[in-house]
Design a binder for this molecule. Structure first.
Ligand code: GCW
Length: 663
């Protein structure tokens, strides 16, 4: 399933078979998005023998219509309605965007869209902003390479120090993103280095070219900017957000951005975080900082996404009172109500940093007068770096369904009024995501951002149907079951062989791949597990620990704060316990560590076996790439098992109850 130089991912030509066989009537007027819809249908018809006409035409089987009338009312500019009556399937929208999403919905349904009768159903995205942040550098960074934490080759946008001349692949990316509902992309790293700072001013033309390539698929372009821009680019002596000249500088620069890109989405800012400049240097608050940029964007309807990943990365490991997990809440909750309406606080889903298991950040739900966006990480920095299969759908779904106030309070998916954001896992690799099965993460992200209540398993089904078109395969059941077998539980498997019970990290410092149990134990980054001969874990209780558990609302402060009620999978995140502590599962902590490491490796062996058995049903290039990655995953999983188990055997002196080999 390859088109040109890159994989077709979830839009192989065969996915358009049902649409491409029909007589379609496009009754939608003109406009770039409508032209995109027409192009998609015309291509499909060219391939499968159908026909598409614009206006006129009597006996269409598929009608795609834009209407300003009552039928379109209430759908918003991205929603659509679908109905089927008397042999005609009709998609109705109030504009081109909704029509495009409606068309992709029909593609997902395949032949089902053309069977029987269907009462009118309306579809609207739950979240207005469904965004991917690219941590792409224009210039190759000496340590981070071109894409920071990127595991899929170089950048899709930038090559040889500038925007790619041929943006065909960027357009193809936009198409894939639209098909899963993404509508915003930030095109450069939140760590804005010197070259990249200039994208805001003298190099905005390159950003405009990318925006032109993404626009036909309804995607708005955003830019990461440095808070020090007025100094770095404007030669001002200060970047103080309350300084009149600084504010005027942002206004002028922003006006020029909008001259180049009329529908520009806005800025993304990482300030006072891991060494980036920010308002603290001037004794100003993060609200002062965000609002200065928001004021410049406001006349054009733009938004500033201001990240809350603010913590002390020069921590003294001897100081047990400082807890990195507390930082975002401590910094930001006092500012609730002070942010401009077009300033969105972008909060990482967990309090630390995209670990395999974290509780939901207590900041979410704690700022009722502020628009929050939730940030997840599709790029698998701490979850196997796209060399391991780790489908994150269940993790993200758990986060989105979590109710910070407990009971029947709102879910995270409802509280994320500023949108859902993922750090993208795509690059210029032929398979987009390095590991072909990591495409499932990108797809699932888009679909969950559209509907945070969606069942991730059903989303995975969709992805499998589109990507592998099993109905066209020699053995649809074996193919579908096999794909589910290797993906469904892959996050749980990854968790089993890496850092146990929510304690996090234990990775090699710097690149974060592979085990190093004490890799961050005495580091300034605030990422500790405190294992000694008696026990392990971080006491974050209010009674005896850092007090982090007390940041939670509703029942959670109590649930997490007590060893008795804390869920097993988060026990070592919240508590320091003896190795003999008995989990709810009935196993001791130490035996859990041993058992799950062995289970995790066995599960990878089994997944590798299942994948090998699909060789006759999967495109050879894709099959070979995954098979090769399984060899590395298995090698790495064994390394994790042996290092973690040996470490804890040596610390605790407690033998494995089942007498397996621990080195
Ligand atoms: O997890 C850390 C990563 C950094 C990243 C940072 C962030 C872009 O290791 O590479 O920087 O998070 O989210 O800002």
């Amino acid at each position: 399933m390859r088109t040109g130089d890159f994989d077709a991912a979830w839009l192989p030509p065969a996915a358009f078979r049902a649409v491409g066989r029909r007589r379609t009537l496009l009754r939608a007027g003109d406009g770039p998005l409508v032209d995109t819809v027409h192009g998609e249908v015309a291509d499909a018809c060219g391939r499968f023998g159908g026909r598409v006409v614009r206006d006129g035409g009597e006996d269409a089987e598929l009608v795609l219509e834009v209407t300003g009338g009552p039928a379109g009312a209430g759908l918003g500019d991205e929603g659509f309605a679908l109905a089927r009556r008397g042999g005609t399937t009709t998609v109705t929208a109030s504009g081109g965007r909704g029509l495009l999403y409606g068309l992709f919905h029909v593609v997902r349904l395949g032949e089902d869209a053309f069977r029987g009768e269907r009462p009118r159903e309306e579809h609207r995205p739950a979240l207005a902003v469904r965004m991917l942040d690219h941590w792409d550098n224009v210039a190759v960074h000496p340590v981070m390479g071109q894409v920071e934490r990127g595991y899929a080759g170089g950048s899709l946008f930038w090559a040889d120090g500038r925007a790619r001349g041929d943006l065909g692949r960027v357009r193809a990316y936009g198409r894939l993103l639209a098909a899963c509902g993404v509508n915003a992309v930030a095109v450069n790293n939140v760590n804005v280095h010197e070259t990249e700072a200039h994208l805001l001013t003298d190099r905005i033309g390159e950003v405009a070219a990318i925006a032109d390539a993404l626009r036909p698929y309804g995607i708005r372009t955003h830019l990461s900017v440095t808070f020090a821009a007025p100094m770095v680019l404007g030669s001002l002596p200060t970047a103080d957000p309350l300084d009149a000249a600084v504010r005027a500088w942002w206004r002028g620069a922003t006006a020029r951005v909008y001259e180049a890109i009329g529908d520009f989405g806005g800025y993304v800012v990482k300030a006072d975080s891991e060494g980036r400049p920010g308002p603290f240097a001037y004794g100003r608050s993060h609200a002062d900082g965000a609002n200065a940029l928001a004021a410049a964007l406001e006349p054009y309807g733009g938004t500033v996404h201001w990240r809350t990943f603010v913590y002390d990365h020069h921590q003294d490991w001897r100081d047990r009172s400082t807890d990195r997990a507390r930082a975002a809440y401590d910094h930001f909750t006092p500012l609730d109500g002070e942010f401009a309406p077009n300033a969105v606080l972008q909060v990482k889903h967990g309090p630390m940093d995209f670990q395999v298991r974290e509780p939901v950040s207590p900041l979410i739900g704690a700022m009722p007068r502020t628009r929050l966006a939730v940030e997840v990480q599709a790029t698998q920095e701490y979850t196997g770096q796209q060399r391991h299969v780790c489908w994150l759908g269940p993790m993200w779904s758990e986060v989105l369904r979590f109710r910070p106030e407990g009971g029947s309070g709102p879910r995270v998916g409802e509280l994320a009024r500023g949108g859902l954001v993922a750090v993208s896992n795509a690059g210029d690799d032929p398979f987009w995501t390095g590991h072909p099965l990591a495409q499932a993460n990108l797809y699932t992200f888009g679909r969950l951002a559209w509907d945070p209540r969606a069942d991730p398993g059903a989303v995975l089904d969709e992805w499998i149907r589109l990507t592998f078109t099993p109905e066209r395969s020699a053995d649809p059941v074996r193919l579908t079951d096999g794909l589910h077998a290797v993906l469904d539980g892959s996050w749980a498997t990854y968790e089993k062989y890496t850092a146990p019970l929510g304690v996090g990290f234990m990775v090699q410092p710097g690149h974060h791949y592979g085990p190093s149990v004490d890799g961050y134990e005495y580091s300034p980054w605030g990422t500790y597990h405190f294992a000694d001969r008696d026990g392990v874990g971080v006491d974050r209780s209010t009674a005896t620990g850092t007090g982090y558990a007390g940041q939670y609302a509703g029942p959670w402060a109590e649930v997490y704060g007590s060893v008795e009620t804390c869920p097993d999978e988060l026990l070592l995140f919240f508590h320091h316990v003896p190795y003999g502590h008995v989990l709810h599962s009935g196993r001791t902590v130490i035996q859990h560590i041993y058992d799950t490491r062995f289970e995790g490796v066995a599960e990878v062996e089994e997944a590798r076996r299942v994948w090998a058995g699909l060789a006759d049903l999967v495109d050879p290039a894709r099959h070979a790439r995954v098979a090769e990655r399984y060899e590395e995953q298995l090698r790495s999983a064994r390394e994790w098992r042996d290092q973690v188990n040996s470490y804890f055997l040596r610390k605790s002196g407690v033998p494995d109850a089942r007498g397996r080999t621990i080195h």
